[in-house]
Design a protein around this ligand. Structure first.
Ligand code: C5P
Length: 426
């Protein structure tokens, strides 16, 4: 699901807050994504959750003590500092006020701070503390210092705190930290420096304040594309109508409802967009008059008159003919039920696109609500490729790989990352 993490080495630091229990889920998510997760816990973290829990989840040793030795290929060594040198990402979740302060001061008085101080790669902190501790000028200053050094933060969120009070300081949810970790690790990837804008979801055209004309789109394909673009290092924007799935983290979300709103949002983005992918199911028609009040039923037949909505991709395609900054690549989707190829080719030409992704939405494995898709690519220049049945995530990753190729970034060398080949494996 997140190939960006596959084979990556992640140091997961856990400091002493009740939110430490949520890091069990995070460790599990990272491990399931095939990352190699090495956990370091502070002594107070180990009072909240037993190290053996993380050991079982990650199937790797967990360290809490500076003078603890580490088994590495039959040798005993103080291995955590070496592991940190090898890590692709250092996550500290939860990061307490005290841990944040120690990092900002460069202290190294326990294993977590020693390891963090000796680490040079990307670092992601998920703060968790009482609201007053978070908003205290000392914490704010420490956060700023770390941000200036390039440390990333996720959260804290607002919500119920351990004290029972409600406020800012609640640790970000494990899924959000996971998503942010993918983004940070993907930074510097082949789409680095490029802005990818994706439309997703099915637009809703109001009939009255409680009813709309809509379609079956869930936004799964668009969300998967946004995740894949983010993981390749792109600055990613998802202009989305209501979604039936959680949008990915670490991207810019632009929520809209109607085709007109989606059109306005895309046009505002256009001059700064390098790649535009239209995966949204945009309504072609909207009610000519939408009532301000809920329509009441009556014995008479109701007729709703419809008018055309703007065709976003068509307009983008025709603007490309004119000079000026605009997307280097424009990709559309053709969700069809009949005359599949003819419709796809007509869209490629009629909307002046670089690539059309055709799928048969009447097929049970390629429709709206399912997790799989069977697509055929139609490229400008005549190339056609029928891809086998894949998950929507895999289709999205393959489409983004095609974007990488078309933009001539196949041999892109990652500018970040810390991986070395001769690493201890346990
Ligand atoms: O014209 P049709 O809806 O068949 O084309 C589908 C493609 O065009 C999709 O990529 C869709 O996101 C895009 N589209 C659009 N604006 C519309 C209708 C479709 O951008 N009004």
């Amino acid at each position: 699901m997140a190939p960006i993490l596959s084979g990556k080495r992640i140091m997961l630091g856990i400091s002493g807050g009740i939110a430490a229990y949520k890091s069990v889920t995070l460790a599990s998510r990272l491990t399931q994504a095939n990352a190699m997760v090495d956990v370091i816990m502070t002594h107070s973290a180990a009072k909240f959750v037993a190290p053996v829990t993380f050991q079982a989840i990650t199937q790797r040793s967990v360290a809490t003590d500076t003078f603890e030795f580490w088994h590495d290929a039959g040798r005993l060594r103080i291995g955590h500092v070496a592991l940190a040198h090898a890590a692709d990402l250092f996550v500290i979740a939860p990061a307490t006020a005290h841990t944040i302060a120690r990092l900002a001061l460069g202290l190294s008085d326990d294993l977590l701070s020693i390891t963090a101080l000796s680490y040079k790669g990307p670092m992601l902190l998920a703060p968790a503390m009482e609201t007053n501790m978070w908003t205290h000028p000392a914490t704010m200053r420490n956060v700023e210092i770390l941000q200036d050094w390039g440390v990333d933060f996720v959260g804290p969120a607002e919500g119920r705190l351990a004290s029972g009070e409600v406020g800012e300081g609640r640790v970000a949810e494990p899924e959000e930290i996971f998503e942010e970790a993918c983004k940070v690790i993907g930074r510097g990837g082949p789409l680095d420096g490029l802005r990818v804008v994706i439309t997703a979801g099915g637009t809703r055209e109001p009939i009255d304040p409680v009813r709309f004309v809509g379609n079956h789109s869930t936004g799964k394909m668009g969300a998967a594309l946004a995740r894949a673009a983010r993981d390749l290092g792109a600055e990613t924007v998802l202009v989305h109508a209501p979604l039936a799935v959680h949008p990915p983290g670490g991207i810019t979300l632009v929520p809209v409802h109607t085709a007109q709103q989606m059109h306005t949002a895309v046009m505002e983005e256009l001059s700064k967009t390098d790649v535009l992918i239209g995966a949204a199911a945009v309504a072609d028609y909207r009610p000519t008059d939408s009532s301000d009040y809920k329509l009441k039923k009556s014995p008479q037949q109701q007729v709703i008159s419809l008018e055309r909505t703007p065709d976003i991709l068509h307009e983008v395609g025709s603007q490309r003919e004119k000079s000026g900054p605009g997307p280097k690549l424009v990709i559309g989707f053709a969700a069809e039920t009949n005359d599949l190829e003819a419709n796809a080719v007509a869209k490629l030409k009629g909307k002046n696109l670089d690539l059309v992704v055709l799928n048969d939405v009447s097929a049970p494995d390629s429709g709206f609500a399912v997790d799989t898709n069977r697509v055929t690519l139609f490229e400008r220049g005549g190339n056609r490729e029928a891809w086998p049945l894949m998950s929507k995530d895999e289709v999205a990753q393959a489409i983004m790989q095609r974007v990488v190729v078309r933009l001539g970034r196949l041999d892109w060398k990652r500018s970040m990352g810390n991986s070395q080949d001769n690493l201890p494996t346990d």
